[in-house]
Design a protein around this ligand. Structure first.
Ligand SMILES: *Cc1c(COP(=O)(O)O)cnc(C)c1O
Length: 362
């Protein structure tokens, strides 16, 4: 093992704040004088209950969550929620509207269409998912049970920069790749959910925030671990939860609070992505295909002028401590995922490497 700093641009699991990783290391063998690790601790112990309660308090403070919303922790990640949303909300034959703006929303749509009546309200496939269809082009169902969308499409790097207007229809939002990276008005949503491994912890858990009236609507034959009510009635401990992931999420919430909360996260995210886009746009060697108004603050794909140099770029980047830059196969080129845990030094190191690479090979 070398001591050289590694900047991990992976889309997820992704880089977490060094400070939090160090804290986890320091208390790994002996959590707060208990002589045991959180990973060995009963989820019913008063110690773990205190961890869960602090996480709840801190998250409510970060997001200013209204009292009529429950915070649930469910295993199975965001993918589980792609099944859970229709199972919980369409049990009586209702219809849901889906905005398909990239791979993740398409996956969610496909799963929901197996489980309920789904209307595709908009689909940007014709534009390679490089944009978000305008609101006036959506074909919404008047009495939809919910409107589903993906706030940040991780693969193409397309992000909503305002909350879609759904009228009285509950909004259900996959925030996996931009959760806790900016403030938002929770009261505009029915449900938000996010897997931890992009912005706030280890894989295996999703934080799901649900408005009370959307709990308890699942059909009789719903498997219990897919039913929101089971989680709500049992403080997300109906079975053994992914307790270590939950604990680490709690530490990240505290870290975010120390960094100036979600406004602080948003400022940092804009600085990181702004600097990188500016460099890409100013160069005649790298390009990003997304129109500015849809660009993601979290995932920045870029294409080299000469595709044949992709492998060389990746191996030289790795020698410089810059890893996981390979773009998704559906887009090609490179992708830098720059979530909350990526420090500004990582962006500077990447840009400096990109400049050198261009000088050498361009
Ligand atoms: C990564 C990702 C997922 C999948 O998360 P899992 O934890 O693997 O289920 C879903 N949606 C978005 C937007 C993602 O970025």
């Amino acid at each position: 093992m070398s001591d050289a700093v590694i900047y991990n641009f992976g889309a997820g699991p992704a880089m977490l704040p060094r400070e939090v990783m160090q804290q986890v290391k320091d208390e790994f063998l002996d959590w707060h004088g208990t002589g045991i690790s959180v990973i060995e601790m009963s989820h019913r112990s008063k110690e773990f209950i205190s961890i869960a309660e602090e996480a709840e308090t801190d998250l409510r403070e970060l997001l200013n969550i209204p009292n009529n919303y429950k915070v649930l922790y469910i295993p199975g990640g965001a993918t589980m929620m792609m099944s859970a949303a229709p199972i919980n909300l369409l049990a009586n034959g209702e219809t849901a509207d889906y905005l398909v703006t990239g791979s993740w929303s398409k996956k969610a749509y496909k799963e929901a269409a197996r489980l309920g009546n789904i209307n595709v309200a908009a689909d940007s496939a014709d534009d390679n998912y490089y944009s978000i269809p305008d609101r006036n082009a959506w074909s919404l169902t008047s009495d939809a049970a919910y409107l589903y969308y993906t706030d940040n499409e991780t693969i193409t790097g397309v992000e909503f920069h305002e909350i879609p207007d759904a009228g009285d229809v509950p909004l259900v939002c996959d925030m996996t790749s931009n959760f806790l990276s900016r403030p938002f008005d929770m009261s505009r949503y029915g449900i938000t959910f996010a897997s931890a491994q992009k912005n706030f912890g280890p894989a295996g858990i999703a934080c799901v925030i649900v408005r009370d009236d959307l709990i308890g609507k699942a059909g009789d034959k719903t498997p219990f671990l897919l039913d929101f009510k089971i989680y709500a009635d049992n403080d997300s401990m109906f079975n053994t939860p992914p307790s270590f992931s939950w604990y680490m999420a709690g530490l990240i919430y505290k870290w975010i609070l120390r960094q100036g909360g979600l406004v602080g996260m948003d400022n940092l995210a804009k600085q990181r992505s702004g600097k990188l886009y500016q460099y890409i746009d100013s160069s005649d060697y790298y390009t990003n295909p997304i129109p500015e108004k849809y660009r993601s603050r979290m995932n920045v794909p870029f294409i080299l002028k000469d595709d044949d140099l992709n492998a060389t770029f990746l191996s030289e980047a790795k020698q410089n401590g810059l890893i996981e830059l390979k773009g998704h196969r559906s887009v090609g080129g490179m992708r830098a995922s720059i979530y909350n845990g990526m420090p500004m030094e990582g962006i500077d190191a990447l840009i400096s490497f990109m400049q050198d690479f261009k000088e050498k090979h361009g």
